[in-house]
Design a protein around this ligand. Structure first.
Ligand code: ZN
Length: 316
């Protein structure tokens, strides 16, 4: 149930209702109630169990309601990647405690989205210092909007903000490993980074990779289909055949699976671009079901084909 829930869930909630419609009504007709949507996600996250999977001697994957998290343990303290929802913080802390008594140390955000950063304030209060791309801090510092979901979010409290930021790249030496934290040109958002543990060969891709499903691309944060393809290619240039790759959503994956995702994205991009060039409107392009042959494999997540084709159409 947990595994299937993770596969079906997007931003921590089942989006199965949207699989066949352009977008479920409760997602699109709610600009005024956008904050309720965030509250709804937080409520769902409070009850979600967290599954811990060992990836290396001292690196673990944590999967709960929000985006996939990872933790590195050791004498330098715990390094956590992403913080899920605020309501998940007690369960995350329990999961971290099970992994030993190393103190809280660093928290790295892969990007600004609520399902990856909403727990920042709680984890900061627990002793974590937050690192992220400069644009993650900027977006969290101001009221934000995710237009596709009609979700409006207030500026984050000071304790939730990253206090160490970078633009292109930063390197950390932590618990005997060397970590590359590298900005990806706008792909899923304009705040994306990947984190690569060189020695242990573990790569956290953030939401530049949804493993096994059509991805969400945040147009209102600078995301685009072209950026997602280039982002996947950048990740492919980092990963080796044995690299354990953590997607932002979905199960732990491999370079071969990431390559399949990249090829799917490129194929959808080409098909939708051709329809757009031929003069088809967005609605017409969606109605032609250009991804029909791909849907059995990739639309199995809650994020429907029609919604994805719409995003591709608008950003191609
Ligand atoms: Zn995201």
């Amino acid at each position: 149930m947990i595994a299937s829930m993770n596969r079906r869930s997007f931003l921590g909630l089942g989006f199965a209702a949207g699989a066949s419609a352009l977008a479920p009504r409760w997602l699109v007709a709610q600009t005024a109630a956008g904050q309720d949507r965030a509250a709804q996600m937080r409520t769902a996250a409070a009850n979600a169990p967290i599954k811990t999977t060992k990836l290396y001697d001292n690196i673990y994957l944590l999967q709960g309601a929000g985006g996939n998290m990872a933790v590195q343990t050791g004498a330098d303290g715990k390094l956590l990647i992403d913080s899920s929802f605020s309501t998940a913080v007690p369960k995350i802390r329990e999961a971290l405690d099970v992994l030993g008594s190393d103190p809280a140390h660093l928290l790295v955000n892969t990007h600004w989205h609520i399902d990856h950063t909403d727990g920042n304030e709680g984890m900061h209060a627990a002793g974590f210092t937050i690192y992220a791309h400069q644009m993650t801090r900027e977006r969290l510092s101001k009221p934000a909007e995710m237009k596709l979901f009609g979700m409006r979010l207030p500026a984050s409290p000071a304790g939730a903000l990253p206090v160490v930021t970078f633009n292109d790249k930063m390197q950390l030496w932590h618990n005997g490993d060397s970590l590359d934290m590298v900005h990806i040109d706008p792909a899923h958002t304009d705040t994306d980074i990947y984190i690569y543990f060189q020695k242990s060969d573990v790569l956290h891709a953030g939401d530049v990779w949804f493993n096994g499903t059509y991805p969400f691309i945040d147009e209102s944060s600078g995301g685009s289909i072209g950026g997602m393809i280039l982002g996947a290619e950048k990740l492919l240039s980092v990963a080796g055949a044995q690299t354990k790759i953590i997607p932002g959503h979905g199960p732990l994956g491999t370079k071969a699976q990431l390559q399949q995702s990249r090829d799917m994205l490129a194929s959808v991009r080409d098909r939708v671009a051709a329809l757009k060039k031929s003069g088809a409107s967005e609605q017409e392009a969606i109605a032609k079901k250009p991804t029909a042959d791909l849907d059995p494999l990739w639309a199995k997540g809650g994020f429907g084909a029609d919604m994805f084709v719409g995003i591709v159409y608008r950003t191609v």
